[in-house]
Design a protein around this ligand. Sequence first.
Ligand code: FES
Length: 121
Amino acid sequence: MKEVYICRQEEMADGNVRILRVDGLEIGVIRHKSRFYAYRNLCLHQGGPACEGVRMPGVFDDVDEEGRFLGQKYDEDDVHIVCPWHGYEYHLSDGTNVCDPRLRLQKFEVSERGGNVYVSV
Ligand code: FES
């Protein structure tokens, strides 16, 4: 395993994505709420560039104590990566597929030292 330098922390704004190619792998590094995440840029559906899709909060049904449906809301704590080809959604936090948790994007460790960001590959 080796560490690959990505950038200085301040070089990537929240919401930005960088795509790296390391040893034949394409890896998407995503910054969200000041945290960095890295996943293989390969959707488990048909191989689309999953990390290049939009990121949006998950949606949940808001139901009161008596079971009445009040509407749907966004869950800002559960952001999804949406594959641009056909819309498969993955949890940004761990790369698992929203509908089928057996599917998971390959995750890479990200470390930050001295203001620099690295991915372990
Ligand atoms: S290739 Fe990603 S949803 Fe189909």
